[in-house]
Design a protein around this ligand. Structure first.
Ligand SMILES: [Ca+2]
Ligand SMILES: [Zn+2]
Length: 208
């Protein structure tokens, strides 16, 4: 890694509100802060999934377990259409994980007011969910017994590289049309022809 690249990352982390030296050295401190940012982001656990080419659908049965069969159909069809491999990073969300995500950026008393155990409070973390009901996510199991959302993460597995997310979205929309199963993408909540408008930044997220 070049010094310049490291420094760019350090500046980015600083802008996100982390305190560290922008010295261009990928030392222990920078790594620690970076890992903290990944953990705080709530997007995903520390390890970024990077499947080897050819086996990018490994583990899908497990990851898609409990997800509504219609949404699973769209995801599987999209995986045949797209030339961009993607991983399923989350389907059904556990209550514990819902609480963990809700606790980010909220105080114990805010959690108490919503009936969430206060041990999940992480007031100094970056807020990741604006749900009114902490268990209201489409990722939770609904009354039909299924989760209604999935998060997809395309190769080359860079969060800030938006193009691969658009390619997967294109395949997902095509699959949705072919199968006659309506979906909503987090990169286009209002389902119009303008992607990534204000507030449309949940690019991995699809729901029915
Ligand atoms: Ca839009
Ligand atoms: Zn999601």
């Amino acid at each position: 890694m070049s010094d310049k690249y490291v420094m760019q990352i350090q500046h980015k982390l600083k802008r996100l509100g982390y305190s560290l030296d922008t010295d261009g050295i990928a030392g222990k401190e920078t790594l620690k802060v970076f890992n903290q940012m990944v953990a705080d982001s709530g997007l995903k656990e520390i390890e970024v999934p990077k499947p080897a080419a050819g086996d990018w659908k490994d583990g899908w049965d497990h990851k898609l377990g409990g997800v509504h069969p219609n949404l699973v159909k769209v995801v599987r069809r999209a995986s045949e259409i797209t030339t961009t491999p993607f991983t399923v990073i989350e389907g059904v969300r556990s209550i514990k994980r819902s609480y963990q995500l809700y606790g980010k950026g909220r105080t114990a008393s805010q959690l108490r007011a919503k009936g969430v155990p206060t041990k999940y409070a992480q007031p100094s973390a970056r807020k990741v969910t604006w749900l009114n009901n902490p268990l209201g996510s489409k990722h939770r199991v609904k009354s039909d017994g299924y989760g209604h959302a999935v998060d997809l993460f395309p190769a080359p597995y860079q969060w800030d590289d938006i193009e691969p997310f658009k390619e997967v979205a294109t395949a997902m929309y095509q699959a949705s049309n072919e199968l006659g199963i309506d979906i909503t993408w987090g990169g286009n909540w209002d389902n119009d022809d303008r992607w990534h408008e204000r507030g449309e930044h949940d690019s991995p997220h699809y729901q029915i």
